[in-house]
Design a protein around this ligand. Structure first.
Ligand code: MN
Length: 286
């Protein structure tokens, strides 16, 4: 199984130059670097070409993640917002297609962060509008060798899907070979009954997997049951990437959006911590 790391571990803002992190990930022995899909969609074609050749030279695969901003919310009651979101997802699929395709994950089905509007108790109309929009957007994924992986996140960040079962139902309704479920151990720890059963439930619909501790420290620092998780991934013969997504540093857009309100790095050498987490992760997956 190929193991990756999210570039945001090292920075404070979402839009950055990814080149230094291709080198860093490669030097540390990672197989995959996960980058911001929104940035990739907004840079020039030449800049995308240069990212692709740099990653190829370094033997690094790229994966992509995004949480849609509210102006791109494909579950919106406002048709013009829904259409803007569909267009943005199509633009992401085309841009990632130029890089050879691959997995795009995150909150693709609605805006992030988001909650049900005041006075609303039934989320079904939001889910239904999102599914209709996704059926449209997913065609661009199909045409560009891209998978859209619906990340199940906790209730404090979104409401459309908080459990693996809700994601399975959504993906089945979208009905495309390029629509998949994405799980993240940090969110699973909050919402799911059991880790192993949840991963086995996703089975071959699992398209992308984020790992992180209960406190978003790198794997190995908290109480997530890694042996149980590794067993379940082996049992379903998971073939996708496993990307660690630790967040340690307060400050900037990322500190604010992820709600890092204390310094979890506590004087740690974060490069050394990433190396240790990679070795820990390879160890449990052996
Ligand atoms: Mn995640």
């Amino acid at each position: 199984m190929k193991i990756g790391i999210f570039y945001a571990y090292w920075v404070h803002n979402w839009n950055v130059d990814f080149h230094p992190f291709i080198d860093k990930a490669s030097d540390m022995g990672f197989d995959v670097l996960e980058v911001n899909a929104g940035t990739v969609a907004n840079i020039t074609r030449d800049e995308r070409k240069s990212l692709k050749s740099h990653a190829n030279d370094k033997g690094i695969d790229l994966s992509y993640v995004v949480g849609l901003q509210s102006q791109y919310d494909i579950s919106s009651e406002d048709n013009s917002v829904r259409n803007a979101g569909i267009n943005f997802l199509q633009q992401i699929a085309k841009s990632v297609g130029e890089l050879g395709g691959g997995p795009v994950g995150g909150i693709l089905y609605g805006s992030w962060p988001s909650t049900l509007p005041a006075g609303t108790t039934d989320k079904r109309p939001f889910v239904d509008r999102s599914i209709l929009s996704m059926r449209e957007a997913i065609k661009a994924a199909e045409n560009n060798n891209v998978t859209f992986n619906m990340e199940v996140v906790n209730r404090f960040e979104q409401f459309i899907m908080n459990t693996c079962q809700e994601a399975i139902d959504y993906v089945n309704a979208v009905d495309s070979t390029h629509a998949k479920v994405m799980l993240d151990t940090f969110h699973m720890n909050i919402e799911e009954d059991f880790f192993k059963e949840t991963i086995i439930r996703a089975n071959d619909l699992l398209g992308h997997f984020h790992i992180g501790e209960n406190n978003r420290m790198p794997p190995g620092y908290g109480h997530i049951p890694w042996t149980e998780i590794a067993d379940a991934l082996r049992k379903i013969k998971y073939q996708g990437y496993i990307v660690m997504e630790p967040f340690l540093m307060p400050g900037g857009e990322i500190g604010r959006d992820i709600k890092v309100f204390r310094n979890l790095a506590r004087g740690l050498d974060i490069d050394e911590e990433a190396r240790k987490a990679l070795s820990f992760t390879r160890g449990i997956l052996e």
